[in-house]
Ligand binder design. Structure first.
Ligand code: 8GT
Length: 135
């Protein structure tokens, strides 16, 4: 039997006062370039999922938040090349700073209903409806 090692990724649905969610566009040169995704990234050794997400939000957007502001919301489980992606999605409504695209090509605020018209990674598609029922 082949053991597929899971790739643990954390991501945030940052929700604004109008119920819109921040998406970022993956830059050229990265896998899935051009697709719109939730900010986040891989959980590194010795990190908790929450500390990894706090680090990624600071690196990618220049915003600061706290573990108490990260509400576990949904997860996705999807084959990704020779790995298996486990993506943990948190809802976050409270952060400090104005999100800036430090790594992404562009940022966009979108309601879940608008996400169906955007190109997003396959793992994210089941998350859209779940998010819609949560925010
Ligand atoms: N951040 C994020 N990653 C996602 C989403 N959906 C999804 O399939 N992924 C996948 O999860 C993996 C996250 O890796 P990444 O490359 O963004 O992570 P990272 O910031 O640690 O990048 P690095 O490897 O350049 O250091 C990628 O394979 C990415 O395609 C999503 O909504 N947000």
């Amino acid at each position: 039997m082949t053991i597929i090692s899971p790739l643990l990724v954390v991501a945030a649905a940052l929700v604004d006062a109008d119920g819109r969610v921040l998406l970022q566009q993956r830059p050229p040169g990265k896998a899935m370039a051009g697709l719109w995704e939730f900010p986040g990234g891989k959980v590194e050794t010795d990190e908790t999922p929450e500390s990894a997400l706090i680090r990624e939000l600071e690196e990618e957007l220049g915003i600061r938040t706290h573990a108490s502001c990260l509400a576990p919301a949904a997860f996705a489980s999807e084959a990704l090349g020779d790995r298996h992606l486990l993506l943990l999605l948190y809802v976050c409504r409270k952060w400090q700073g104005l999100p800036q695209a430090r790594h992404a090509t562009e940022l966009k605020w979108a309601r879940p209903s608008q996400m169906y018209a955007l190109e997003m990674p396959p793992a994210d598609l089941p998350l859209i409806g779940l998010l819609d029922s949560l925010i």
